[in-house]
Design a binder for this molecule. Structure first.
Ligand code: DGP
Ligand code: NA
Ligand code: NA
Length: 213
């Protein structure tokens, strides 16, 4: 009925993984497919390089500008906090968000540089918690062979290897591990299947604002 529909919310679906594991390709395909299936769906991306904070992050990642490691960590976290109200608004209105990276990347990349893991988690405490985390996993040696690897600051074998280990430490029971060496179509099918289950499961649940609490 209409009243039941107006109460149902969208799902927060997160894609995480190391660099060049196909997250952005899969996120775009997933959004398109969910829309075709009749779910209001929107693509979201972190870092969001379009905001003022995002422009500082882009300067650091892509243009080699130097910044203190702790300060950069807080900028990435602030870039997520500045999106919270808009994300809540979409989710509450019934739109599913397919999010390309989030706080797990935040912690994994900073801790890989040697920052304390617990310190890294702290600024993201209380952010919206994803309803489903799809972790795209593949050997770093394979992702390094993919086009474009090495263009940005963190795209190096030693860093990515540490980042992968840290992701696995941050892994929660609800994560779905996806073999990212499969074909684009097989991965896509698995993501669609998991996402539809999540959309159905959370539609009558309140939003969760308890990341790492
Ligand atoms: P992407 O735009 O998804 O290619 O991400 C850019 C790079 O920044 C990539 O190497 C992953 C890294 N990254 C993403 N989010 C964070 C974060 O919150 N903190 C840190 N330190 N690095 C991040
Ligand atoms: Na990247
Ligand atoms: Na990407």
């Amino acid at each position: 009925t209409h009243s039941a529909e107006s109460r149902s919310r969208g799902a927060f679906i997160l894609l995480e993984g190391c660099d060049r594991t196909g997250k952005s390709t899969q996120a775009a395909k997933l959004v398109e497919r969910l829309q075709t299936l009749g779910h209001s769906t929107k693509l979201w991306k972190f870092p969001d390089r379009t905001t003022r904070i995002g422009q500082m992050i882009d300067g650091y990642l892509a243009k080699g500008e130097d910044l203190n490691d702790h300060a950069v960590h807080l900028l990435f976290s602030a870039n997520r906090w500045e999106a919270v109200e808009a994300m809540e608004k979409h989710l509450s209105a019934g739109t599913t968000l397919v999010v390309d990276r989030y706080a797990y990347s935040g912690v994994a990349f900073s801790a890989a540089k040697g920052l304390d893991l617990e310190w890294c988690k702290h600024p993201d405490r209380g952010l919206l918690r994803p309803d489903l985390t799809l972790f795209l996993d593949m050997p770093i040696e394979e992702s390094m062979k993919r086009g474009g690897f090495g263009e940005e600051r963190y795209e190096k074998l030693t860093i990515q290897t540490k980042v992968r280990e840290l992701f696995l430490q941050l892994r929660e029971p609800t994560w779905v591990m996806v073999d990212a060496t499969q074909s684009i179509e097989s991965i896509h099918k698995e993501l669609v299947h998991q996402s539809e289950k999540a959309i159905t499961r959370v539609r009558d649940q309140p939003l969760q604002h308890d990341l790492w609490l």
